[in-house]
Write a protein that binds this ligand. Structure first.
Ligand code: GDP
Ligand code: MG
Length: 140
């Protein structure tokens, strides 16, 4: 299987509740390694640009407000099959549908405040990594 890189956000709801370590532990236990990681407080423009694909959705305004409410951890995770594996570790978008043991099942508060973001495909992973990190910040 190929070694891939994917982009992850630990969202404000989880950072506020001091869940950063427990969430990163889930990634590490499942063979994903953080190769770049920083804490940022996203600007409105950054959040709107990041989620531009959802801008026509009814939840867009709420999503942006939630993402800029307080700081997040952005990171790049590396490992075998990292993109799909990260999505599996995260669980379904709506925690009500998330499998046992997944981050969203364990920690999400609601479909909006669902604790983590993860890239959904190789193209979006590459775009999202570039959106927040310079090449030289990736230390594989
Ligand atoms: P993801 O890839 O699993 O994060 O889900 P999507 O790409 O479909 O949606 C992006 C984010 O928008 C989700 O993680 C949620 O935070 C939020 N979101 C998606 N659907 C809904 C919804 O129906 N209501 C609300 N309030 N937020 C939503
Ligand atoms: Mg998505």
């Amino acid at each position: 299987m190929a070694i891939e890189r994917t982009f992850s956000i630990i969202k404000p709801d989880a950072v506020r509740r001091n869940l950063v370590g427990q969430i990163i532990a889930k990634f590490e236990e499942n063979g994903l390694r953080p190769i770049a990681l920083k804490k940022i407080h996203m600007t409105r423009a950054q959040a709107e640009g990041f989620y531009a694909v959802h801008k026509e959705r009814p939840f867009f305004g709420e999503l942006v407000e939630q993402m800029i409410a307080s700081p997040v951890i952005v990171q790049v995770l590396e490992g075998e099959n990292a993109i799909l594996k990260n999505r599996e570790i995260m669980g379904a978008t709506n925690p009500a549908n998330a499998a046992e043991g997944t981050i969203r099942k364990l920690f999400a508060l609601s479909v909006g405040e669902n604790s983590v973001h993860g890239s959904d495909a190789p193209e979006t992973a590459a775009q999202e990594i570039k959106y927040f990190f310079k090449d030289e910040e990736l230390v594989g």
